[in-house]
Design a protein around this ligand. Structure first.
Ligand SMILES: [Zn+2]
Ligand SMILES: [Zn+2]
Length: 739
């Protein structure tokens, strides 16, 4: 028709795997436009031919029709082709050279429509645990290659039945091009087995057997979307204790899956923001404040803590299980403590066979392990503690980055980032690389993430610590490398997340990181601009006696600060004999490291206040101190700031001599740390202050620092999307390399 125009749009962002093409197809048909839509390796392409008004209308309407999870980052107009089909078509994916950077979707929690399907006795998917659609279901855990098509997922081995195929090819159906589409006739199935793998029941009978076993207090390993959970009834303390013994996890809190939001509300306070996260497609574990009647739950779930990790069912399997049970279950990662989560049947039987009494399995393979994500809210914004299932992979624009950079991350709570198409793509949580299994997973993740994007490592950005497994492995590749100081990378991550280039004062507080002077840093104030930093203030260094052991035994740090304050007698948690040994080590300088770590100062205070002498897991003392302080109002202790050195000795002396209630002392300690930050910020005089490092997972510290720094006139920047702990380091390394 005369007056018709043509347009070719290249779309970048999160457009694959969310029903983008069906939405475009339906809209184009409504507007009688000719052309096509197809996925390409970097996103999608739409070609339109028709009246200009209809094309304008299409471009206005398209974003409104897409599900909330979609993100149109850039839309570029290209030269349109000369030939047009008669109508509008969905074409097969284009393959091309160059990096594949289409925003890969994380796994999405079951949508309300699919939940209705599995609960409706008339529906052909009634009680089918693998129901999904273009709005929900597995994504990252089953993708083997890009572009996102069924042939490139672990669903390729399931041939769709005629009914599923009809949905898949019907542009008006919610399951149009839903790559994991399946039903009881053609899709994956459940199996119930003994710990030796002997099959005991199939399909719905398997589900009902799991329900019976959980009712009887058994430990059941359940294969989910990104790996296995170990489940026990949350009200059965004997079962919880048995799980702790077998899993060798003494006190680290367990997460709990609840049948409903009301069931969570019965034992925890839930704010509007917390509810929104619990019910989001990411469905993470959210740390919630326990209510007084949380005693209905086993006391050993989160011992000594006033909060607990709660989540809602996020797959049809979990929904069906929880609806039968109608009580909450502990749902902890299926692994031995600190190992990566199991994903494979044989591996799970081998590794979990001594822990679980039974296995609830299914035959949809999982490509890569994905732990549940964990977050807490502070001032109504998230503190990401772990980005895993539902929140990974995650990418942030880094336009100056070349393709194939690998930012290796650190050692604890390891993640890594790969740059592709001007984005830094951050991997899911990998684990603590001290453990061989996690170090192997780190190497697998490098191959996986670079491979998915069609890249090979072209450069490696590493932590300055030469002994980190990430550093050692990356340096062996023979590509250009550069090491970045740990705390500098923390602040760079915070600046990148908040789009700052500096100058800014970075407050990087955590447990440990190698400093440029060879000592252990962790209570650092860094004046940052571009790629450079200057250490402008720090906590007064103290000796750690016994190296790594000091990081696990708060009483050793307490001994050290006690000595530094020249207090009489001995600190609690340490005998005269031990004290003599520590003295000897200190005099000889054997196995003694100097540290300015804020995390270790938390340890010292936790020991002095009697809440933690030996830690069973990383961060335990700081968590207990935060819990002890609660929201009790308090005034700061005295401290000194001289030539950039923050002297904490007046704090310790006042605390020991004051002999106040431990809760009040803990609250005053938090307030003092905040006052220290304000004092340094005023001295340095930068308008922007960035907060990063594991200590800022402490909600009282983070909220207090934000409030008081703002009250003093500073612009304060914190993390919301990126974890403040070492999982954020990889982004900082990539951002520093990009300049
Ligand atoms: Zn759905
Ligand atoms: Zn089917």
């Amino acid at each position: 028709m005369s007056g018709d125009t043509s347009i070719l749009l290249e779309i970048r962002g999160r457009v694959q795997g969310i029903g983008f093409r069906p939405v475009a197809f339906r809209l184009a048909n409504e507007l009688h436009l000719r052309g096509w839509v197809r996925n390409d390796p970097a996103g999608a392409e739409i070609a339109l031919h028709g009246p200009p008004a209809a094309i304008t209308r299409f471009r206005q309407e398209l974003p409104r029709r897409l599900p909330a999870i979609a993100a149109l980052e850039t839309i570029v107009e290209k030269t349109p082709p000369a030939n047009w089909p008669d109508g509008f078509e969905i074409r097969t994916s284009a393959s091309a050279d160059g990096p594949r950077v289409a925003g890969i979707l994380p796994d999405l929690a079951t949508c309300p429509e699919c939940l209705r399907d599995i609960l409706d006795p008339q529906n052909r998917r009634h009680r089918y645990p693998f129901t999904n659609c273009t709005h929900c279901g597995p994504r990252y855990s089953m993708i083997t290659a890009l572009p996102y098509d069924r042939a490139n997922t672990t669903m390729r081995e399931f041939v769709m039945c005629p009914a599923c195929a009809a949905e898949y090819h019907d542009p008006l159906d919610r399951r149009f091009h839903a790559q994991p589409n399946a039903c009881p006739a053609c899709g994956p199935q459940l199996e119930w087995t003994a710990p030796d793998g002997r099959p005991l029941a199939q399909r719905d009978a398997a589900l009902l057997a799991a329900v019976e076993a959980l009712r009887a207090g058994k430990i059941v390993a359940v294969k989910g979307i990104g790996g296995f959970h170990l489940m026990v009834p949350a009200h059965d303390n004997a079962a919880v204790q048995r799980l702790r013994q077998r899993k060798r996890r003494e006190e680290k809190p367990f997460a709990v899956m609840f049948p409903s939001l009301d069931a969570i509300r019965a034992v925890c306070n839930v704010t509007a923001e917390e509810q929104a996260w619990l019910e989001s497609p990411a469905a993470p574990i959210v740390l919630l404040k326990k209510r007084a009647n949380a005693e209905e739950l086993a006391k050993d779930i989160a011992p000594g803590l006033p909060w607990m990790g709660a989540m809602l069912p996020y797959t049809p399997l979990h929904h069906l299980l929880m609806r039968e049970l109608m009580f909450p279950v502990v749902a902890t990662s299926g692994n031995l403590t600190d190992e990566p989560i199991c994903i494979d049947k044989q591996e799970a039987l081998a590794r979990l066979g001594t822990i679980a009494d039974f296995f609830l399995l299914h035959n949809r393979p999982i490509v890569r392990p994905m732990d549940d994500s964990v977050l807490a809210l502070c001032d109504e914004e998230p503190i990401m503690m772990r980005r895993g299932r539902g929140l990974a992979p995650y990418s942030l624009p880094l336009p100056q980055a070349a393709d194939g950079w690998v930012a290796a991350g650190a050692q604890m709570k390891s993640t890594l980032a790969v740059t592709a198409g001007g984005q830094a793509v951050m991997s899911p949580h990998i684990g603590d690389l001290e453990h061989e299994g996690a170090a192997r997973l780190w190497a697998d993740t490098v191959a996986d993430v670079t491979g998915l994007h069609g890249l090979r490592p072209t450069a490696a950005w590493v932590d300055a610590h030469p002994e980190y497994a990430s550093t050692r492995q990356a340096l062996a590749w023979g590509v250009p490398t550069q090491a970045w100081q740990h705390h500098h990378a923390h602040i760079a991550a915070c600046m990148a997340e908040n789009h700052l280039s500096g100058p800014a004062l970075g407050i990087a507080w955590d447990g440990t990181g190698l400093g440029t002077d060879g000592t252990i840093w962790g209570g650092e104030f860094l004046d940052c601009e571009g790629r450079d930093f200057r250490r402008v203030a720090w906590l007064r260094p103290f000796p750690l006696v016994g190296g790594d052991q000091a990081a696990r035994e708060p009483r050793r740090v307490a001994w050290s600060v006690w000595r530094a304050c020249e207090l009489p007698g001995l600190p609690p948690g340490c005998t005269a004999q031990e004290s003599a040994v520590f003295d000897g080590m200190l005099r000889a300088g054997v196995n003694v490291a100097l540290s300015s770590s804020a995390g270790r100062l938390f340890d010292a205070v936790a020991s002095l206040l009697g809440v933690c002498q030996i830690m069973s897991h990383e961060g335990q003392s700081a968590m207990r101190l935060e819990a002890l302080a609660g929201d009790m109002p308090a005034t700061p202790y005295p401290f000194k700031l001289e030539a950039g050195v923050l002297d904490w000795r007046p704090i310790i002396t006042a605390m020991v001599q004051g002999a106040e209630e431990p809760a009040l002392a803990a609250a005053r300690f938090h307030e003092t740390l905040v006052a220290m930050m304000v004092a340094v910020a005023k001295n340095v005089g930068r308008a922007d202050v960035c907060l990063s490092g594991g200590c800022f997972q402490n909600r009282r510290l983070l909220a207090g620092a934000c409030r008081q720094l703002r009250a003093a006139g500073f612009r304060v920047w914190r993390h919301r999307e990126i974890p403040p702990n070492d999982a954020g380091i990889c982004l900082g390394q990539a951002a520093l390399a990009a300049g």
